[in-house]
Design a protein around this ligand. Structure first.
Ligand SMILES: [Zn+2]
Ligand SMILES: [Zn+2]
Length: 127
């Protein structure tokens, strides 16, 4: 199940919610998995750093970047096509860590979401 969920996420340019994943699995002729089964697989993938959750969309993306757990992950979210691209936040990691530390906050992960329009959609609208 973990491998299948990861495979589906990796093949999708858009982030997928747990119920999207269930539909994908059912479409491929497999038995419709129970939501708890999919959530467990997602928890595992998140824990391993193989996937990320995009909080604002309550959806998940595969991650094939070999970054550390503490690294900042920047998501570029296209409001037009729904694509989510992961960008490196290495340059701002220290700044964000300082912000958290000054507030006495212990960060579990650092995620930044940037909403806008992706390069492909901008090209399409410029034509
Ligand atoms: Zn990542
Ligand atoms: Zn787009």
């Amino acid at each position: 199940m973990r491998a299948r969920v990861l495979e589906i996420l990796a093949a999708s340019p858009q982030p997928l919610g747990a119920y999207d994943l269930i539909e994908h699995i059912a479409e491929k002729g497999a038995r419709r998995p129970a939501p708890i089964t999919v959530y467990r697989a997602l928890d595992f993938l998140l824990g391993q750093g193989l996937a990320h959750k995009i909080e604002s969309r309550n959806a998940f993306v595969a991650c094939d970047h070999a970054h550390g757990h503490a690294d900042v992950v920047v998501f570029l979210l296209c409001g037009r096509c729904g694509a989510a691209v992961e960008a490196s936040g290495a340059e701002i990691g220290g700044l964000l860590a300082d912000v958290a530390a000054k507030a006495g906050f212990s960060a579990r992960g650092q995620f930044v979401e940037i909403a806008g329009e992706c390069a492909a959609c901008r090209r399409a609208t410029a034509l």
